[in-house]
Design a binder for this molecule. Structure first.
Ligand SMILES: [Zn+2]
Length: 108
């Protein structure tokens, strides 16, 4: 069986939500707050060293700006990088991750 790679045909920010139209015709809506709280970057999600120790950067004080997206950048054909209003933009969200977030399988 051939599994089609995920693709996104359209993205839009509507109020507090990121709207995604997938190449397979389905839609996802992700709350921006949830998206930011799940930021996968090394600072927010932590980084493991060779021994498996987890290092997490200092927790950032989040403001309302932290949950607003200035713009979205496509990273290759597999991920999106949001530029948050508070200047944070190191989180690269793979399509797989966005798909899971859109299905609300990850708690807040
Ligand atoms: Zn982050």
């Amino acid at each position: 069986m051939i599994v089609e790679p995920l693709s996104i045909s359209h993205t839009e920010i509507v109020n507090d939500f990121l709207l995604l139209n997938w190449g397979d015709g389905t839609d996802s809506m992700i709350e921006l707050k949830q998206l930011r709280n799940q930021c996968p970057c090394a600072n927010c999600a932590g980084e493991k060293d060779a021994l498996g120790n987890l290092y997490i950067g200092p927790e950032q004080t989040k403001t309302t700006d932290s949950y607003l997206i200035q713009r979205l950048e496509k990273v290759g054909h597999y991920a999106l990088r949001p530029y948050w209003q508070d200047g944070h933009h190191s989180g690269i969200y793979s399509f797989e991750m966005l798909r899971i977030l859109g299905e609300n399988l990850i708690g807040e």
